[in-house]
Design a protein around this ligand. Structure first.
Ligand code: NZQ
Ligand code: ZN
Length: 388
């Protein structure tokens, strides 16, 4: 096990009827005026907005609304939010929505405190030195953004979907009430499940040694998500299934699963982000396509872990390590198909002639891969394998 420092300052309220705590938490944190950041429509129809605003009013916290954050959130909208937050002199941001809303709220919080163009924080031209306090009410469990310091934003004019991470971007408080996720479409629910699995895969397959506890922990998350997503598809109102998946999502990417490891691989994520940047596909849908192709490209780098995955997740006990690994990847693709996730780039509407520029784009922000270092040509091969 590698040495590690574990840091996670987010206080989580989890479960039914927990949204009511948001007003008190803001008040107790000394917040008098907050910018409520939200998406396009869902929080108004699900009743979440009413609950949140009632709690804010009840605790005498002033708020302004900044709505219309889209899935795959864009930089220009974030810049608009920074301007508004400054004009209105808010003390904090409150994300109410899914990962896109959380990520936008985080970057607004950092941008308000930074004098230059907020994109500098993504390019490495500047570091995040501070941010407004961030609070959140989560309505879609997938990204783990509710309990991590990461954010992903798209600079649409340059097709750059890039991430940042900072200790200043952890929410102080996040509220997760799974009951308010029963309104999610089957597609968004499935995309969320795939994203959770992918976060675990990025860590599980990063080539770390002597991380038995973390491998067992990962397998528990994988099995839980694979079991409960099927239950949810049959009954979207099943609270227990929503709850299992919701907490799995948080644990998959709140750094706990990364302890003692080498830092995760994350190539599949960067390769997917380039797909979303060009085609605006949902992150989870892109991952369902890219991840198995990445696995087929790299599995020989760590046959032992891929064979273990085959045994522990799919009960594949016969054959060589290589045969087990390949069978497990096939089983994973089959599972994605069973839950209605896309498995080829073609299904996502990607044009074959764009693969080259997507590969070029995927390697722009940082070098890719830990299990296997990937260059542009490797990424292009993975895209071709995922195309079919
Ligand atoms: O805009 P509204 O109307 O709210 O609709 C949203 C959106 O269309 C809808 N939705 C959310 N909660 C709902 C609901 N619909 C019905 N009932 C509810 N309770 O769901 C749609 C998708 O929302 P979005 O926030 O885009 O999804 P998700 O949470 O999957 O976030 C994806 C974004 O997060 C990034 C992804 O790249 C993508 O941009 N990621 C962020 C990470 C992080 N911060 O750690 C890590 C991830 O790997 C990922 O890259
Ligand atoms: Zn992800």
């Amino acid at each position: 096990m590698n040495n590690f420092t574990y840091y996670n300052p987010t206080k989580v309220y989890f479960g039914r009827d927990t949204i009511k705590n948001i007003g008190r938490e803001l008040r107790e944190n000394g917040i008098r005026k907050v910018m409520l950041v939200c998406g396009r429509q869902s929080i108004f129809s699900t009743g979440v907005y009413d609950r949140v605003s009632a709690s804010l009013v009840g605790w005498h916290v002033d708020f302004i609304r900044f709505s219309g954050i889209q899935a795959n959130p864009i930089l220009s909208k974030v810049q608009e939010g920074i301007k508004l937050a400054r004009q209105q002199e808010v003390d904090a941001v409150l994300a109410v929505g899914g990962g896109s809303v959380f990520d936008s709220a985080k970057v607004i919080a950092a941008g308000v405190k930074y004098d230059g163009d907020v994109w500098d924080l993504f390019t490495g031209q500047a570091r995040i030195e501070e941010a407004l306090p961030i609070f959140g009410v989560l309505t879609l469990s997938a990204t783990g953004s509710e309990m991590n310091g990461n954010a992903v934003i798209t600079k649409a004019d340059e097709n750059k979907k890039w991430g940042i991470g900072s200790r200043h971007l952890y929410p102080r408080v996040s509220i997760i009430d799974p009951e308010f996720q029963s309104t999610l479409s089957a597609r968004d629910t499935v995309n969320g499940a795939v994203d959770i699995l992918s976060h675990v895969f990025e860590l599980y397959f990063d080539g770390s040694k002597n991380v038995e506890l973390m491998q067992e922990y990962s397998e528990a998350i994988i099995r839980t998500v694979m079991k409960y997503i099927k239950i949810l598809l049959a009954d979207p109102d099943d609270y227990e299934a929503r709850a299992q998946i919701a907490w799995a999502a948080t644990l998959a990417l709140n750094n706990s699963n990364g302890t003692g490891r080498r830092g995760g691989d994350w190539a599949s994520h960067d390769i997917e982000h380039s797909v979303s940047a060009f085609y605006n596909v949902a992150h989870g849908a892109g991952l369902a396509v890219v991840t198995p192709a990445w696995m087929r490209y790299v599995y020989q780098e760590d046959l032992e872990t891929f064979a273990r995955f085959a045994e522990k997740i799919f009960n594949i006990t016969t054959g060589t390590q290589e045969e087990k690994a390949l069978q497990a990847i096939e089983q994973l693709i089959k599972f994605f198909q069973e839950i209605g996730a896309p498995v080829t780039l073609k299904e996502l509407g990607v044009q074959y002639e764009d693969l080259e520029k997507m590969a070029e784009n995927a390697v722009q922000q940082r070098s890719l891969g830990r299990l296997k270092k990937l260059q542009k040509e490797d990424v292009l091969t993975i895209y071709k394998m995922a195309y079919k």
